[in-house]
Design a protein around this ligand. Sequence first.
Ligand code: COA
Length: 209
Amino acid sequence: MPFYETIHIRPQTQLHLWKIDEPLDYLIAGVLLQDYSLIRLHKLKSEVHQKGFLAVRHLLQHLGYADTDLTYDTSGKPHLSDGHHVSISHSYGFAAVAISDENLGLDIEAMRPKVLKIAPRFMDVDTHLTGLSLAEQLQKATIIWSIKEAVFKIKNEKGISYPNHISEQPFAPAEGTTVARLDFKHQTEFFPVHFIQREDYIFVCVFES
Ligand SMILES: CC(C)(COP(=O)(O)OP(=O)(O)OC[C@H]1O[C@@H](n2cnc3c(N)ncnc32)[C@H](O)[C@@H]1OP(=O)(O)O)[C@@H](O)C(=O)NCCC(=O)NCCS
């Protein structure tokens, strides 16, 4: 399946999803890549990553952007030539691009039981998971992991610890929103969070304001 959905997260923020069902050859043939992208594509070792990388280019093409409209700074953060903020994520079966007039971070995660094993290492399990069914714990722990990755993509600073510096206001998954808090370098910042689920995947958008 090609283009999957556009979700209007905020008036000036759209989240675009691509479901990656196509063979690698099809994805390669369908986009025109700049030299930088060709080099990066060939450096990616796994087919899953190659497909994710190419699906992002298909999404951009679907939205009227050329591959040359996307550049990266030295940290790996992507930028669009027209000045819009962009954030990118890919995970197995989905690729996503969020485009906004606000600085934002996007993360996709597949809900996998492994997240519950490592949850005590990255989140406050007592606050967020107590009393929930196993399925609810899986969903919520995945949302929280994604929130932390998305906050990291906005802040982009070395030394941020997921368990020690990023926390989330208590929320129910059905609400679709919460607020993340970053306590780092003697400063506290709050980030509005929007999340949705499609199939077995969680999509999180976090805003700087
Ligand atoms: C950068 C990072 C957030 C990417 O997340 P990921 O789940 O591995 O991969 P995703 O598919 O969600 O995101 C990858 C995309 O993020 C974007 N990205 C990469 N580095 C970025 C950065 N510094 N800032 C913003 N966006 C970035 C890129 O667009 C990249 O895709 P592309 O290169 O194909 O265009 C992650 O690799 C990372 O470094 N996390 C921090 C880990 C950490 O400090 N953990 C502390 C635990 S205590």
